[in-house]
Design a protein around this ligand. Structure first.
Ligand SMILES: NC(=O)c1ccc[n+]([C@@H]2O[C@H](COP(=O)([O-])OP(=O)(O)OC[C@H]3O[C@@H](n4cnc5c(N)ncnc54)[C@H](O)[C@@H]3O)[C@@H](O)[C@H]2O)c1
Ligand SMILES: Nc1nc(=O)c(N)c(NC[C@H](O)[C@H](O)[C@H](O)COP(=O)(O)O)[nH]1
Length: 251
């Protein structure tokens, strides 16, 4: 289905929040963006794809994709939502975004749905997807995707990547200068409280949160970072349905 027209104020806000203030850095520009309910849930229940935001902010999401080299999500979101991870916004030119999936144990091998983003690569809609897997995983790149191996540490029996190493590696190995991170909950919670190890600023440069006019209740999947967190430099947009909060988070 065609996207709704892009609201011009939203376009200006995305433009002013998508540029790196510091260009010469070892890190890509990181935009963290997601849609949440009024009770800070991003899905109605684990495993349930849930529409929270409306058509105007959906167009904004695709415009944000248009402004970034890559889109990163966690493997659970891939398995639950079967996302297209493509950019449907075009300004006479198409934008080939690179899907990046965080999948230390390569759970993607258990994927039972149609793998939309792989078909999109084969149909020349996306760039070739990159899976980030643990360096202990025995899987190699194929003609459908790139396997990129990184070391992990064990935290509560989970293999954990270091976000600083991961983001710097994406820039140095794949020339990714800007990355949009869409979730899910685990990744959002981690990134909200991760520092850039050189500057000690938040590792996220820009935060864009869409709030839909709905409560999703106690079974919902929540955004709840470990620590208390104040959001600096905020600007708010609304169309009297959704509310979008923009922040130059990392500065
Ligand atoms: N509303 C929104 O904007 C939005 C956006 C994306 C996803 N979602 C929802 O989020 C839910 C999924 O969230 P979730 O938390 O279960 O899954 P997730 O998509 O965040 O994936 C979590 C998995 O990613 C891997 N991972 C994450 N951080 C890692 C790290 N530092 N090192 C190594 N591996 C790491 C692990 O395998 C982990 O189990 C789904 O219901 C989806 O619909 C909502
Ligand atoms: N903006 C937004 N509003 C929502 O109500 C919602 N549930 C998501 N969720 C983001 C999640 O990552 C989805 O899986 C992808 O947004 C799927 O979108 P695509 O198929 O890639 O176009 N995002």
């Amino acid at each position: 289905m065609a996207l709704a027209p892009l609201d011009s104020t939203l376009r200006d806000l995305v433009d002013s929040h998508s540029q790196s203030l510091v260009v010469d850095t070892a890190y890509p520009h990181v935009t963290l963006t997601y849609a949440q309910s009024l009770d800070a849930k991003i899905a109605a229940a684990p495993g349930k794809r849930t529409l929270i935001s409306g058509p105007t902010t959906k167009t904004m999401t695709h415009y944000i994709r248009f402004k970034h080299d890559a889109i990163l999500i966690g493997i659970n979101t891939v398995l639950i939502d079967n996302p297209s991870l493509s950019c449907k916004f075009s300004n006479n030119v198409s934008h080939f975004i690179t899907p990046i999936i965080i999948d230390p144990n390569f759970k993607f091998s258990q994927c039972k749905h149609s793998k939309q983003f792989i078909s999109n690569y084969k149909n020349k809609i996306n760039s070739k997807p990159i899976f980030i897997v643990s360096d202990e995983t025995k899987i190699d790149s194929t003609d459908e995707f790139i396997i990129f191996k990184l070391p992990t540490v064990n935290v509560n029996d989970h293999k954990q990547f270091n976000w600083n190493l991961l983001l710097k590696s994406l820039k140095s190995k794949f020339e990714i200068s800007s990355i949009m991170i869409e979730g899910g909950a685990t990744i959002i919670n981690e990134l909200l409280t991760t520092e850039n190890s050189s500057t000690k600023n938040p590792i996220v440069d820009t935060l864009i949160v869409t709030i839909g006019p709905v409560f999703l209740g106690e079974h919902g999947v929540g955004v709840n970072p470990n620590n208390q967190l104040s959001i600096p430099n905020t600007t708010v947009w609304t169309d009297n349905k959704d509310i979008v909060l923009f922040s130059r988070f990392g500065k």
